[in-house]
Design a protein. Sequence first.
Length: 166
Amino acid sequence: MPNDSPFPPAVDSDSPWQGEKWQQHTLLLLNSYEKWVGRSLISRDTAEADARKLFLSPVVIVAHGPEEDPLLNYGNQAALELWEMSLSELLGTPSRKTAESVHRSERAELLRRTKKFGFIDDYSGIRISSSGRRFRIKKATVWNVVNVDDTYVGQAAAFSDWKQLP
């Protein structure tokens, strides 16, 4: 499984939230969301409880690292179901492969705009699952993920409004 991310996946893909590195990554996602958006993505508790709550959230959450060709380094259960992948398949997948090639320039503009402004909360676009099913995302929030030193370490997205396309 390719994974050049600075956030190695948890060993147990049935309950990844139990892994310390998974919990640390979840903390970065949640703290970065709060920094840019100004509110919490979930109600907060302990690191493990937060990691479990985010992984099992009905809101689709995905994230990728800072690589030139960004690699996915987080996906919750809702994302795994939508993209029709296991956790081990999702982690390390180039983020660009979540969009059809004809929509990749639109995706590149989204990433550029987010990097410049810290977050956007109005993204809509077409994505594709691993089996080729197409779906339209509406009103996604995309934000920069930063570490405790405010260093850029990737981007994440959250959305609950999507529709399968024919």
